[in-house]
Structures are given as C-alpha cells and as structure tokens.
Design a protein around this ligand. Structure first.
Ligand code: DWN
Ligand code: SAH
Ligand code: ZN
Length: 437
C-alpha cells in the first residue's frame, strides 16, 4: 500500500467524510470504514489510490485553494463480496446545481438510451396506466423518448442544471435525491411505477438499503427495477481502474448484486452485458418470487466463479496491473516531454481524475484537455490542474499526441477527429494497457 500519509496532506476536511459511520483506524492519519455498507461484513482493502479530489469538481483557475480531497481506496466484503470504497464523500459535495456531466454529449449514448426507452415502451409499459421513474435522469437522455411517446414518467435528479436541460426537452423532473422518503412521496402523489430505471447511478449511492425500501414503496406489484452500471468483471479484465472514483462507490458483480437484492427482499431476475462505458451489466430486479430468473443469471454467476472474481488473489492481481499501467504511462509521457513532443488529452472525464492524480500528471506533462462540455471549459481539472479547452483549440493546432481520457468513447471520438490522425497525430491509450495508436 502506498500514500496513506500523503492521503491527508492538504485535505480540506479529513474527518468530515466519515460523519455518521462506524469507523476504526488511526484517527490522526486516516479513518477507515470498518464494515460493508450493505451487510456489515468485514472489509478487506486492496487498492489504494491515495489522496484524490472530487472527480467532477472542475476548478476556476483562481479557486485552487479550496479543493476537497479524500482517500480513494477499494475494498471487498468478505461476506457478501460487494466491492466498495472505504471512504464515502457526502452526496451534496458531488451532486449539486452545477454538477457538470451531461449524458447527451455522446451520440453513441444517445442511441443507447433511445433503445432502452423503446424496450420499456414495447415490453414493460403496457399496463392501463403505465408509469416509469428514472433515478439519475441527468439531462433527459433516456426519458425524452418516453415523454415524446406521451407516457407518464418522472426523473428524480438532484443536480439542478442538468435537470433544467431535461425539462427543456419536455421531461418531468423532480430535483431531489432518490431515497425512501422521495419514493414514498412519489407513490402518494403520482401513483406506483411499472418500471424504475437507473443508469450509472445506483453504483453512486452508498445508502442502498434506503433505495431498496424506496423501490419497494414505489413499484407496482409485478413491476421491475432495472439498473445498469460499470461491471467489476470488465474493470478487472481491462484494468480500467479509472472507473474507480468518488462517484462510483460500488463496483458490482452479478454475485454481489444478487446477494444485495435477496437481503432487501428482491430477486435478481435478469442480467445483460453491455458494451457502453467500457463494459457494464444491466440488472433486472423484482420482488421475491414474482419473476423467474433467466438462464443468463446462472450463466454470469458461473462465469464469475470460473474467473474467481470474488477471490482476494484476483483483486490483488488487479492492483498489480494498475501499478504497471501507472508506471508505463508516466514513463511514456516523461519520455515524450524529454523529446520535446506536444501532448494534450481528450475528454475531461470524471474517470481521468483518478488517472491524473494517481499518476501525478499535470500541465507539464499534458498541456490541456479538450472537452465539449461548457461547464468544464476554461476551468482546471480537479487536483491535477490541467486546463480544459473546447475542441476548437485542439483542432486549430493539433498536438503530436493526444491522451484519450474518454477511451470508452474511442470509436466515436476517433471517427470525429479523423483530421487529427490525417495531420500525423497519435492517440495514447492506457486501457487495457499503455499503447500509442
Ligand atoms: O458514471 C458516470 C458516467 C456515466 O458519466 C458519472 N459518474 C460521470 C460521468 O463519467 P465520465 O465523465 O467519465 O463520463 P464520460 O462519458 O466518459 O465523459 C466523456 C467526456 O468527454 C465528457 O466530458 C464529454 C467529453 N467528450 C468530448 O469532449 N467529445 C465526449 C465525446 C463523446 C466527444 O466526442
Ligand atoms: N443516467 C445518466 C447520468 C449518470 S451520472 C447516464 O447514464 O448518463 C449520475 C447521475 O446520478 C447524476 O446526474 C447525479 O446527479 C445523479 N444522482 C446521484 N445520486 C443520486 C440519487 N441519490 N438520486 C437520484 N439521482 C442521483
Ligand atoms: Zn457485505
């Protein structure tokens, strides 16, 4: 393990992140969560990324003094196998009016969510009074198609600015965190839902006991709770360690999700592997006994056993692969700097906060990051302080190398930026290994 002492240097609020949780450890240096957030079992810590900022807190150049830091480390529960962070960042530090991520920034993701909406419209929203609730609806990327079809819907989204964008597309949004009380209020005021859906959001929520009680309060009898999130199986296979950051509190597997569902009175009834965001799984959950699990559930559980995904040796080997990527990436960028090459990055992702801060990248190695999101532009990347500029800056004067932070959108970005390659530019990738293409 490394950088534990480093972990608190400059930390704005070292103990604040632990408020309200049982914790053990050396209080003067760091405090460690002692128990699994789902079942209370013992946690074993595996990979420590040290001191990290909030991944989506892009800072104004004159406001670098007040950044919030926490210790990013991953543990697995010895009882239920849930992989989780050892420190929890308070939710309103991450998700607030100015949360910058806009889901609709990728055409591939727009298509993905349109298909999701049509699948629900075709096969789940066929009752007399169909109603779908989305948790973490962001800028309305999925619910827009539901709204266009004239079907009753509600997005629950705490981040105000993206919620406004959804409203401007005709989507109904409640600006709130989904939890048991929100769900009860929605059930009372709007009725019960056929489908509760969430993409890239359930893994962001530490308090899943409250979420499941809320789902139970809001779902119609026979209804389904569907959520899709980055899959720990893909993260290990590809060493996509940058999927680990403040917002991604849990890294799910079929086994850990099934154990969690059963604990809260539900069954895992279907799983589906998805190619988006570097590999995800869509989990379908229903109240115990209401639906028969598909063969895909047993198949994925068997595959996870075969791969020994929940065994300490597997997670330790993942940690070794992470360290190798860090060493290779730092060596490559240092060599390019020594040779006087120009290097920029592409995609000011939340994921890149982990890469930049863990690898110690700053503007001396990566001169700027190109990104289409207005709320990120002309700010600095959290912790690493690399300036973020609009893509016009990239296109007007291509660098020789571009570090692809948004590697999960590689096909889309490389196609859109063919001019970069035509001009002799080279992409640097670091998942599943460091390479120049
Ligand atoms: O889970 C989460 C996922 C869904 O979105 C959130 N916790 C936060 C966020 O994570 P991320 O920032 O790592 O997501 P993306 O989708 O990999 O971010 C892509 C970034 O790259 C955005 O800032 C937009 C930008 N981009 C761009 O500049 N040009 C994206 C595309 C496709 C482009 O062509
Ligand atoms: N569903 C979108 C957005 C994912 S980003 C997509 O897949 O692209 C995660 C979103 O979840 C953010 O918009 C954030 O504001 C929201 N969120 C975080 N915690 C939440 C909670 N407790 N309830 C509802 N939304 C939440
Ligand atoms: Zn557990």
């Amino acid at each position: 393990m490394e950088s534990i002492a480093e972990g608190l240097r400059g930390t704005a609020d070292p103990l604040g992140v632990h408020k309200g949780f049982a914790a053990v450890g050396c209080a003067h240096r760091f405090v460690r969560m002692s128990a699994c957030r789902i079942c209370g079992g013992n946690l074993t810590e595996y990979v420590d990324f040290g001191r990290q900022p909030l991944s989506d807190a892009f800072v104004k150049p004159d406001q670098t003094e007040n950044e919030f830091f926490f210790r990013l480390a991953v543990a697995m529960c010895e009882a239920c196998t849930m992989v989780q962070l050892v420190e929890e960042v308070p939710r309103d530090r991450m998700f607030h009016h100015d949360y910058p991520y806009q889901s609709s920034g990728s055409s591939v993701m727009r298509k993905h969510f349109e298909l999701v909406a049509h699948r629900f419209l075709d096969s789940e929203l066929t009752s007399d009074d169909p109603f779908i609730v989305e948790i973490g609806s962001n800028d309305g990327i999925m619910l827009k198609a539901v709204s266009d079809a004239g079907i009753k819907h509600l997005g629950v989204e705490p981040s105000g600015a993206v919620g406004e964008m959804a409203r401007s597309k005709g989507v109904r949004v409640r600006t709130a965190f989904f939890e048991e009380s929100t769900a009860t209020e929605i059930a009372e005021s709007e009725g019960h839902a056929d489908v509760i859906y969430a993409a890239n959001t359930i893994c962001h929520i530490p308090y899943l006991d409250s979420i499941f009680r809320g789902v139970d309060a809001l779902l119609k009898p026979g209804g389904v709770f569907v959520f899709e999130d980055p899959y720990f199986g893909d993260i290990v296979e590809k060493t996509s360690f940058d999927q680990i950051y403040d917002e991604h509190f849990y890294l799910f597997t079929a086994r850990s999700v099934r154990a969690m569902a059963q604990r809260f009175g539900f069954d895992l009834v279907d799983v589906e592997r998805l190619p988006v965001h570097g590999g995800e799984v869509r989990y379908s959950i229903s109240r115990q006994g209401e639906r028969t699990p598909t063969a895909a559930v047993a198949a994925l559980l068997a595959e996870e056993d075969e791969r020994r995904l929940a065994e300490p040796a597997t997670v330790e080997a993942f940690g070794a692969s992470v360290r190798k990527i860090r060493d290779d990436l730092v060596a490559l960028l240092t060599k390019l700097k020594e040779e006087g090459r120009t290097v920029a990055a592409y995609g000011a992702t939340a994921k890149s906060a982990t890469v930049a801060n863990y690898c110690g990248l700053g503007p001396e190695l990566v001169s700027y990051v190109s990104d289409t999101t207005p709320a990120k532009q002309h700010r600095l990347t959290p912790g690493s302080h690399i300036p973020v500029y609009p893509p016009e800056v990239f296109r007007e004067n291509y660098p020789e190398y571009a570090l692809l932070f948004a590697w999960n959108h590689a096909d889309e970005i490389m196609a859109n930026e063919q001019g970069f390659r035509d001009a002799g530019g080279k992409w640097i990738l670091y998942v599943p290994e460091v390479r120049v293409v």
